[in-house]
Design a protein around this ligand. Structure first.
Ligand code: HEC
Ligand code: HEC
Length: 268
């Protein structure tokens, strides 16, 4: 009888707080008659019941799972990320070099940026129904691991449209002061590799089709997000016309080949 109640309490603990239940497991269940109400509030009861000195730690649902996860959050582990990336490969390519240009290349992109975008998809701050679905089950640690994995890959060269290179290059390297357009390279770097610390993404070798869609989206809709990084780009894209967007997008896809000064040492 007593055992049955205690077992029920343990079961409730398991359900309520798996971590706490682990700590509770070594306690001798048969010697700890738990009141029936334990099923409803196992933590509170155990904590206030003087007859259960063996279980004081169990009662720590005070540390919410979310807080624990944040505290335990570590920089991404590329090896762990590789396993988690299996599902992403279908669209982004197993090495982050997608073949279909509507899917962005992730190879060589920074861990910070990838993790931040996944969090934005999950929260709906960056609206995309496909990516929302894939980001939903990911923990913050998963996001870091996935970011670390793709960051170790190298983005494969694309080719710029020669007819657009000149305009694209001028915009990228000088901007257009008359129209208030800053040089893209001021943030994304002369080689287009971006600046992870400042959350400026790598843009070199990115598919022109994807870049066009992204800039056009910001141009047409601005941003529904209050993210300061997104606001920067929405503000800039609003000043670009259709031809600017096509030119700079094509330039970016071929950036690595078209600008000798951009020949940064390949980071493996
Ligand atoms: C069914 C196809 C598909 C799958 C599978 C998929 N994605 Fe995506 N992903 C997309 C699309 C489409 C976009 C572009 C969304 C947009 O335009 O905003 C995208 C965008 C992204 C971006 C933003 C890249 C950037 O440069 O801003 C990241 C990061 C990303 N995906 C990571 C992942 C990860 C990690 C996985 C696996 C867990 C994954 N994706 C699985 C289709 C997919
Ligand atoms: C003041 C800094 C700054 C300047 C200048 C700037 N960018 Fe950006 N760019 C950003 C930031 C920050 C992001 C990330 C936005 C986010 O996180 O939503 C970004 C994102 C992008 C992206 C999306 C990358 C991806 O993988 O989805 C593209 C494309 C881009 N910028 C192109 C440009 C172009 C083209 C120019 C020049 C006309 C430019 N940027 C100028 C800061 C800048």
């Amino acid at each position: 009888m007593k055992f049955r109640h205690a077992a029920a309490a343990i079961t409730a603990l398991l359900v309520m707080n798996a971590a706490a239940a682990q700590t509770a497991a070594p306690a001798k269940p048969a010697s700890t008659p738990a009141p029936a109400t334990a099923e409803a509030k196992p933590g509170a009861n155990a904590a206030t019941d003087p007859a259960t000195p063996g279980m004081p730690k169990a009662e720590t649902p005070t540390a919410p799972a979310g807080a624990e996860a944040t505290a335990a959050l570590k920089p991404g582990d590329a090896t762990a990320g590789q396993g988690k990336a299996a599902v992403c490969g279908a669209c982004h390519g197993m090495d982050g070099n997608s073949t279909d240009p509507q899917y962005p290349r992730l190879a060589g992109q920074s861990e910070q940026y990838i993790a931040a975008q996944l969090a934005a998809f999950k929260s709906g701050k960056r609206m995309n129904p496909i990516m929302m679905g894939f980001a939903q089950p990911l923990s913050a640690q998963d996001m870091n691991d996935l970011g670390a994995y793709f960051a170790t890959k190298t983005s494969l060269p694309g080719v710029a449209d020669q007819a657009l290179v000149e305009q694209g290059q001028t915009l990228y390297r000088q901007g257009d002061t008359d129209r208030g357009i800053p040089a893209c390279m001021a943030c994304h770097g002369p080689d287009g590799r971006g600046n992870p610390g400042a959350h400026y993404p790598q843009v070199t070798s990115q598919h022109a089709k994807y870049v066009e869609a992204r800039l056009k989206g910001w141009h047409d809709n601005g941003t529904q997000s209050d993210d300061p990084h997104t606001k920067i780009m929405a503000g800039i894209a609003q000043k670009l016309d259709e031809k600017d967007i096509a030119a700079v997008a094509s330039y970016l896809e071929g950036l690595h080949t078209n600008e000798p000064a951009a020949a940064a040492p390949a980071t493996p």
